[in-house]
Design a protein. Sequence first.
Length: 284
Amino acid sequence: MSRRYGASSFIWVSPFGDDKLDIAQHVADLGFDILEICIEDPALVSASAINAAAQAAGVEISVCGAFGPDRDVSHEDPAMRERGLEYLRFCIDLAAEVGSPHVAGPMYSATGKARLLPEDQRSQQRQWAAESLRAAGEYAAERGVRLAIEPLNRFETDLVNTTAQGVDLCERIGLDNVGLLLDTFHMNIEEKDIATALRQAGDRVFHFHACENDRGAPGSGHVEWEAVHRALDDIGYAGAVAIESFTPEIREIARAVSAWRPVAQSGDALAREGLEFLKQAVPA
């Protein structure tokens, strides 16, 4: 199955905004089909500018959310949950306007929120997440947009770490347009077997991030890429494969994801070498 490949704006810039749209042509020149934009500050982006840059470069756009402490849809305070929903509605509207098939990311909680909770409190947090994301999913469905929920490793969230937990949350939400974004970096930490987890998720996989075990360029570590590609084929995955990584130069994001050292010579090298490897690794 032929693949379409994307590159995250995080490889080069943070926060992303209209003033950074030169990277649309840059990712096209590197050979990518899709620019994945992460919306850290909604005030910095406009659909008209994104559409113009994407059309000029000949790339598609994928929208990813950034979920800080003021965007927590499973917070105990209803006002905080509403703030999270307000942000998600903005991302959904933007996705609809720029042609992104989804809004992706760890939208169930605030990234970095890690608490050892009693089961009754954890169950309540899951219920709040499901209720909030059901509302967001219904809003998205009216606009032809999907939600792709991303499980994160245990050091970045306490709520959804594994594919199985992600599937469980999707089932609690109960909407056909709510599925998963799976990322090999997080899966390498949390799953017994990445390919098996992909097959268990099946048609719930709406989006896919290809990163090495250390978040470096695909092919530079020990992820079993041939098995990953075969699993994607087995589940009939037809979405994009996007490379997402971070550099220590982008200090706020580097701190959030504990990127204390470079994992490639440069963002360009990571993207170029990762894309070349992924294209070669697709089984015949």
